[in-house]
Design a protein around this ligand. Structure first.
Ligand SMILES: N[C@@H](CCC(=O)N[C@@H](CS)C(=O)NCC(=O)O)C(=O)O
Length: 241
């Protein structure tokens, strides 16, 4: 890449944390080498690059490792020129960081055991209905409060171009769609959450997003395979007990 910079991304399917780094690199127009990790058999490079958490993603820039997806996103924005992912305005930066933390905390691809493994996106929120519109995540992210707060009527959370919040929520789009296929649930329903449903379509249509976002069918297949493996293991345990 330009300036002799060398970028290596340690990643693994089906991590949305990795997807968000790929989105940020794509929107910045940066090229990089993708190093696929086997999380069941982590490489020496991963273990030495992220000795604290031993997780992907790790971005290695000219030999220097950076861990934790949100830290990586901000590093990419600061270290490289190109479209800014965060505005210069301190207050707007604070609002964007608030919603990024909120999405990370409340909207998760959750894996749980309930007679089988389910990988679905669920609002990780136990607050009671506060305003008659579902409360909690419904009122906040799903009800569009985040979008209204950040975008000021512009197409993206980042305004006219995508920013940190777009990338963080956008990295979950393929999981949202896979969840819809697997459970029949509508995550962002145009009838109930028109702003977010329109944002999802707008974000998904961008060239960078199309190149980076994993195939929904691949996620569905991954989940179904995991379900089969878990069911087979459960059957063996039951027959031995
Ligand atoms: N907070 C981390 C989470 C990263 C994470 O959970 N990575 C998972 C894959 S989705 C991982 O590497 N898991 C391997 C392990 O837990 O051993 C981030 O934002 O980067």
């Amino acid at each position: 890449m330009a300036g002799g910079d060398e970028l290596k991304l340690l990643g693994a399917f089906p991590s949305a944390y990795v997807t968000r780094v790929e989105l940020a690199l794509g929107f910045k127009g940066l090229s990089y080498e993708y190093v696929k990790e086997d999380l069941a058999n982590k490489s020496e490079l991963l273990l030495s690059s992220n000795p604290v958490h031993k997780k992907v993603p790790v971005l290695i820039h000219n030999g220097k490792p950076i861990s934790e997806s949100q830290v990586i996103l901000e590093y990419i924005d600061e270290a490289f020129t190109g479209a800014s992912l965060l505005t210069r305005d301190p207050y707007e930066r604070a609002v964007a960081r608030f919603w990024v933390a909120y999405i990370d905390d409340k909207l998760k691809v959750t894996i749980f055991w309930n007679g089988g493994v389910h990988y679905i996106m669920v609002p990780n929120d136990t607050r009671k209905d506060e305003g008659g519109e579902g409360g909690g995540v419904e009122a906040d992210v799903r009800g569009g409060r985040a979008l209204k707060d950040s975008s000021k009527g512009k197409p993206f959370f980042g305004g006219d171009t995508v920013g940190l919040v777009d990338i963080t929520l956008g990295s979950l789009i393929a999981w949202m769609k896979a969840t819809e296929v697997l459970t029949g649930a509508k995550i962002f329903d145009p009838a109930k959450t028109p702003l977010l449903a329109a944002w999802t379509e707008r974000f998904a249509e961008l060239d960078t997003t199309k190149k980076v976002l994993p195939d929904v069918a691949g996620y569905v297949e991954y989940v179904n395979k995991r379900r089969q493996t878990q069911a087979a293991t459960a059957a063996v345990v039951a027959s031995n007990s």
